[in-house]
Ligand binder design. Structure first.
Ligand code: SF4
Ligand code: SF4
Length: 189
């Protein structure tokens, strides 16, 4: 399918999204069902439906300035609710990758939020890469340390250990296989 150019609308961003994900943002008719279900909406500069509008209009500068894609939790609620079948969460992931590849940072109003989100994402991926599965105590402990609050959640962690909900010893699952997957993904990039 080819997206047709409309007068005065920059469709290059929408085309790029379509080439990468086969998601056609021009199917969106702004019903806002995605936005009404989004748990992070209250913290976003622009709602998920506004973000889709920006993509329709090729307004990449607005997307760069907004905290929206960085606040997104990738919970998929928006994608599930969209009556047009648009996978908004997937589009947001693509936008994050595009901006990170270009090393574009979130706007300066939110440097700490951006830094913390990046730290969390990086740690998450490293845990998966080297342990083959998630190690929650390590993730939370190191993340809190990097955010300058090492004792945060300690009380909760001990309660969870006592109830057998958390194991301090990491369970390692096929790390070599996971590392191979990561290397392959890097080569495909
Ligand atoms: S739910 Fe779908 S059609 Fe409705 S505003 Fe969001 S993206 Fe557009
Ligand atoms: S995936 Fe992101 S944008 Fe969509 S509902 Fe969840 S938090 Fe909101």
């Amino acid at each position: 399918m080819k997206i047709k150019s409309k007068k005065n609308i920059n469709i290059s961003l929408a085309e790029k999204i379509f080439q990468e994900n086969e998601e056609n943002v021009y199917l969106c008719y702004q019903c806002r069902k995605c936005t009404s279900g989004c748990p992070s909406h209250a913290y976003m500069d622009h709602s998920p439906s506004e973000l889709i509008r920006f993509v329709q209009q090729g307004m990449i500068e607005e997307i760069k300035k907004s905290n929206t894609i960085w606040i997104c939790l990738s919970c998929q609620t928006c994608s599930t609710r969209c009556p047009q079948g648009i996978d908004i969460a997937h589009i947001i992931d693509s936008l994050k990758i595009m901006l990170q590849d270009k090393k574009i940072k979130a706007r300066s109003k939110y440097p700490k939020v951006y830094k913390d989100i990046r730290s969390f994402n990086d740690l998450w991926m490293k845990m998966l890469k080297y342990l083959g599965r998630m190690y929650e105590p390590g993730l939370v402990g190191i993340y809190n340390f990097l955010c300058g609050n090492p004792l945060k959640d300690m009380g909760l962690a001990f309660k969870m250990v006592k109830k057998g909900k958390l194991n301090f010893i990491p369970s390692i699952k096929k790390p070599l296989l996971m590392m191979k997957i990561f290397m392959k993904a890097k080569r495909l990039k």
